[in-house]
Design a protein around this ligand. Sequence first.
Ligand code: IDP
Ligand code: MG
Length: 149
Amino acid sequence: MERTFIMLKPDAIQRGWMGEILGRMEVKGYKPVAMKFMRLPKELAERHYGEHKGKPFFPNLIEYITSGPSLVMVWEGDGIIAGMRTMMGKTNPAEAAVGTIRGDLAQQTGRNLIHGSDSPESAKREIELFFNDYELQTWNRSIAPWLIE
Ligand code: IDP
Ligand code: MG
């Protein structure tokens, strides 16, 4: 089963959308494997977004992402890396489809509520950056056969 790294960014916490967003993941049947509520230290934020270093929006991105607590998580499910990206919607909420988290709940790229890994390589890197092995819970739910054939 595939795992992905998901982060509810500080605007999601400030705006009180944790329950709404987590609810969408739960009703889809995705399984939480790890969660931490934390304000990202600057160095961790810069490592996480290392691929964007040097771009014009990078300083603002780091300021935004370290401005308050985030909810960092690992979720598991069939094809979840792409599935979560679909649920999130496009990076720019103005272009994100209605029905997606960004399309429904946000307006600007610089305040787009949520991060999700974009590939298996990113997922592995990001999970290892934020979590130790002992923080990842291996567990099964009794309804699993009603989700995965
Ligand atoms: P993603 O979050 O959909 O993977 P990326 O292109 O990887 O999008 O960008 C990472 C994050 O950097 C975005 O989610 C957004 O918060 C921020 N960002 C990207 N491009 C811009 C921009 O043009 N203006 C402001 N913020 C940006
Ligand atoms: Mg990205």
